[in-house]
Design a protein around this ligand. Structure first.
Ligand code: AHR
Length: 308
């Protein structure tokens, strides 16, 4: 009887689905929505029970969600953090409960690296550098730039600005003349751009908009059109993400360049947790990269992405 009982326990354990909690930043951009879809699709394909929580861009909601995942005894937790700081206490709670945590996309600041299993992310500084190099080449190093920053305290905003400014420092005739957060959303990007246009003689002083993501760039394009100027021609538009709507804008001549950020992060996140649960070693940083795209290939790239 004992043998039969043990075998059936083993069988139950084997067929029981892995349960993973996922704390997502929110749905502030098209890129973010694609990322959420990637996680949901991968969970379904792998037979993983996914507990999905949308934090609506608030870290306090993420901390609550992670605590609830711990209380429910999930097998792993994926966190796409809103901001970098403030994670230590809740990560310690997850560690005490022996639940592996994967950090995806933006970074967190913790001294104790054992508080998380791995981070899956792209190099945001490199994205800023790539787009700045392209802009400087286009404008022969002479450009007055309006910057739409991402969420304050988010790695994607901090590091993209760092990379961009590092390149800009080599071009004394180029300068960021306006800079404000547009919180990574289209509506705020539009609103901030409207105020930049007013402050800069209807936009006459602005050579380019550097938006930390496509969503804000799309809002800025709208504001520029409503002000009677031609985005992509009168004011150059550069950003990061590579969402379909932005490729469409590039194909129509209203945006100029973007660096792609892969939203396909579900697969690598589950791979890492599954490897860890199988007793395998997982590397501390799993990097993704993205290319720079311009108007030249935008129409073809838009068609490809529409069909995905
Ligand atoms: O953290 C990545 C950024 O977050 C993306 O570039 C942006 O679209 C999203 O809101």
């Amino acid at each position: 009887r004992i043998i039969i009982l043990s075998i059936s326990i083993l069988m139950i354990n084997k067929v029981a689905a892995t349960t993973i909690g996922f704390s997502q930043v929110g749905s502030e951009s098209g890129w973010r929505t694609s990322f959420s879809e990637s996680v949901k699709a991968q969970a379904q394909a792998r037979g993983i029970e996914l507990k999905f929580s949308d934090a609506q861009q608030k870290q306090e909601n993420q901390i609550k969600a992670v605590r609830s995942f711990i209380a429910q005894g999930v097998d792993g937790i994926i966190i796409a953090p809103v901001v970098e700081t403030g994670w230590k206490p809740v990560l310690r709670e997850a560690k005490r409960a022996r639940i592996p945590v994967v950090i995806v996309d933006r970074n967190i600041k913790v001294k104790q690296q054992s508080l998380f299993l791995t981070r899956i992310a792209s190099d945001f500084e490199e994205e800023g550098e790539k787009i700045a190099n392209w802009l400087m080449a286009q404008t022969k190093g002479e450009c007055a730039i309006a910057e739409l920053q991402g969420t304050v305290g988010a790695t994607a905003a901090i590091d993209r600005a760092k990379g961009f400014n590092r390149v800009l420092a080599k071009f004394p005739k180029s300068k960021i003349i306006r800079s404000q957060t547009g919180e990574f959303t289209r509506s705020k990007g539009k609103e901030v751009m409207e105020s930049f246009l007013k402050a800069e003689q209807g936009g006459k002083n602005i050579c380019a908009v550097w938006a930390h993501n496509d969503e804000m760039a799309l809002g800025a394009i709208q504001a520029i059109k409503e002000a009677g100027l031609k985005p992509g021609t009168d004011i150059l538009i550069v950003s990061v993400d590579g969402v379909p709507d932005y490729f469409k804008a590039m194909a129509e001549g209203e945006a100029n360049a973007t660096v792609e950020l892969s939203p396909h992060l579900g697969g690598p996140s589950f791979d890492a947790i599954e490897a860890h649960l199988a007793g395998k070693k997982v590397q501390k940083l799993i990097s993704t990269t993205g290319d720079l795209f311009t108007q030249d290939t935008a129409a073809a790239e838009y068609q490809k992405r529409r069909l995905q």
